[in-house]
Design a protein around this ligand. Sequence first.
Ligand code: CUA
Length: 330
Amino acid sequence: MLSELFAAHVVVPSGVDTGGFWLPRQGSTTAASVDALFLAVTWIGIFFFVLITAVMLYFVWKYRARPGHEAQASSDHNRPLEITWTVIPLLIVIWIFWEGFTGFVNLATPPQNAYEVQVLGQKWKWLFTYPNGVVDDNLHVPPGEPVRLVMTSQDVIHSFYVPEFRIKHDAVPGRYDKAWFQASAPGEYRIFCAEYCGTSHSDMLAKVIVHPSRGEFDKWLSDAGNFIDKLPPEKLWEGGQKLYNQRGCRQCHSVDGAAGIGPTFKGLWGHDQPLRDGGRAVVDENYLRESIVNPQAKIVAGFEPVMPTFQGRLKDKEITAIIEYIKTLE
Ligand code: CUA
């Protein structure tokens, strides 16, 4: 009942199990030990709060001012009592430190054989890059294997947070950080950004999708790598648009005419482009293909030769798809 009330006020991507009112469900192999320490600290705190408050109230009542009782100074010193209430709390905090520290070291040390995924935070979405170059905005992982996340940010500090896995790690621009997890069961888990990063911070949502088997994960990965091959010719430009967003074109080339590090794609097709060396070039298929594969060949006037080559990073058909997309941007 309470959990329903609570859930009604939390915006959650549909189709995702949120867990209960108290703690989210335990979705990773390390969640149980994190929860155990959290609960231990909480209950120790509650135990001593109740104990000390009760004793204090009892003394307030017992030693209250009343006729026939004089206040008197006491210099009594009870050594066993002093030692007891110093040593017991000391042992408790040493234990809490030890448990917390070993847990921290474990969470900060990905296993050697972990499957690696690159995580990029940007305003305002997450991008996940797989070993074969596939980029997706959800995190797909195989079941029963540790996954190492190598994360960074393109702009400001974001924080990668999966409550059900009990992991939260900052993605910081100009720096690579590592985190890891092993999901305990196939299914979907929510990803949040836990560092305020601007207007759409609260929309920076994604999912971890833990596939039912390694085989199904591999199939997803190879399909995602070949999605462009499955598009009918009239839809190829949509694939190009997806690649534009995922492969980094967007960071330098606008599609609305806005100035950028590189020329805008708006109205580019068929344009007679003035070059840096004084020449000119008409923007056709050959020009665009050359600019993607060998960007230094023709530099547009007013721009620096800073574009990296996409030779070997984009397949032929992917380049065609991007060209088709540019054609649509009149
Ligand atoms: Cu990204 Cu908040």
